[in-house]
Design a binder for this molecule. Structure first.
Ligand SMILES: [Zn+2]
Length: 425
């Protein structure tokens, strides 16, 4: 079976490619990237389109096992491929938590049977996310985990975090860290600043994040272990990461596309769809994130997809759960960063594909000849309005409800197979 994607602008940062070309797919793999490739059994016209490596998300939750009412492997992966993600690293925040081999195996087997994209499980670092006992990482790695971390929980005990870093590094597993000092955050529901004061919503200071980032970087210094900061959101965290990288520490970080797009001003209507963890920050923090992205301090952009149902979201602000459905809106937000001249198109694509794949050593995010044909065709000009209820995700809650976005995936291939085609409007 051969398939030709004809006439698109091919951008493949892993191979330094940005040119008009055809891409030939044979036996599920990229077999040639060149101009004027003769016809194949199936031809996809990519005129005026971008042809990109399938995107790779380091941070999403699919809720299977145990939380299928929020999202399962079928609905989560359908949302992923509609958003252009062909590889998704799924958080261990399931029920039971992915803190042991049997759960890892359950996810791997379920994904093989039901998922439209590649699903790579992240294992918990501590049993039950309790921050006291380290998991059997060797066992879980054998079963298929690609990294470790306690999802949206910080290991409060610095001694245990040190041992966790040392332990994970012996298995060559990167620690993915959520940084939030629970005591300092004190149950804050949004970012502490002038907006929270005006709204009267209990808030958490930016330092609840950066204080833990500072601690963790000290521990990286001590252990030399590989460390990845999840969803960075404050100016001081960016500065700490910038300095750590300058000093050559083995660290990296990601930012969520929503945190680059929205400010805490969005929370002032008390709309629980704007309630994210970490909270949306004020303008000066968002500016620092933009600078961090532009100067390379921030390596990757993630969806931080956290599906919730009406039971968790249709409540008053203080009682509602954190999180948004975001797999399907991430790419257009990142294209806007390129349009605003903050980053080049090549870097925008790299932050969503080659970079995250390289951080965890995943076989993804490139259009190298011989690589699995995971690729997407994107119409950068297609305008559409976000309607939560129309998303493929089971969760309709997005802070972008009603926004007009520009850019959409029209075709997604995984292993050379068309797994998504955008319906004509
Ligand atoms: Zn988190």
């Amino acid at each position: 079976m051969s398939l030709l994607i004809r006439g698109g602008r091919v951008i493949d940062p892993a191979n330094g490619v940005d040119r008009m070309a055809d891409v030939l797919v044979e036996e599920g793999r990229v077999s040639r990237v060149d101009s004027g490739i003769p016809g194949a059994q199936q031809v996809i016209d990519a005129n005026d389109k971008l042809v990109l490596p399938g995107l790779c998300d380091l941070h999403a939750r699919f809720g299977e096992p145990g939380l299928e009412y929020k999202e399962d492997l079928a609905s989560g992966s359908a949302a992923a491929v509609a958003g252009g993600f062909t590889t998704v690293c799924v958080s261990p925040a399931t029920e039971p938590i992915n803190d042991r081999r049997s759960v890892t195996e359950h996810i791997v087997n379920g994904a093989a049977a039901r998922a439209l994209c590649r699903v790579l499980p992240v294992g918990a670092l501590t049993v039950g996310f309790e921050g006291t006992t380290l998991c059997e990482l060797a066992d879980m790695k054998e079963a298929g985990i690609v990294a470790v971390g306690d999802d949206c929980r910080t290991i409060a005990d610095a001694g245990l975090m040190r041992r966790a870093l040392e332990y994970a590094s012996t298995f060559d597993l990167c620690v993915l860290a959520h940084c939030e000092d629970r005591a300092l955050a004190a149950g804050g529901q949004m970012h502490e600043g002038t907006v929270s004061t005006r709204c009267g919503i209990p808030a958490q200071p930016a330092q609840a994040e950066s204080a833990i980032v500072a601690r963790d970087l000290e521990l990286v210094e001590l252990t030399g272990a590989r460390y990845h900061l999840q969803h960075i959101s404050t100016a001081q965290s960016v500065e700490y990461m910038r300095r750590a990288k300058r000093r050559g520490l083995p660290v990296s970080c990601e930012v969520s596309a929503l945190h680059l797009r929205l400010h805490d001003e969005a929370c002032k209507r008390y709309d629980s769809r704007t309630k994210l963890r970490p909270p949306l920050r004020s303008a000066e923090h968002v500016e620092a994130l933009e600078q961090g992205l532009a100067d390379g301090t921030i390596d990757a952009i993630v969806s931080d997809h956290l599906p919730q149902t009406s039971l968790e979201k249709e409540l008053e602000y203080g009682l509602s759960a954190f999180g948004a459905s975001s797999l399907e809106t991430t790419l257009p937000l990142v294209l806007d960063l390129w349009r605003a001249d903050l980053i080049s198109l090549d870097r925008a694509v790299a932050c969503l594909s080659a970079n995250p794949a390289a951080l965890l050593g995943l076989e993804a995010g490139s259009l190298s000849v011989g690589a699995a044909a995971d690729l997407i065709v994107v119409d950068p000009e297609l305008r559409w309005v976000v309607e939560g209820a129309a998303l493929h995700s089971r969760s309709p809650y997005t802070p972008l409800e009603g926004e007009k976005l520009r850019g959409a995936v029209v075709t997604t291939l995984v292993g050379g197979r068309v797994v998504y085609e955008r319906a004509a409007d």
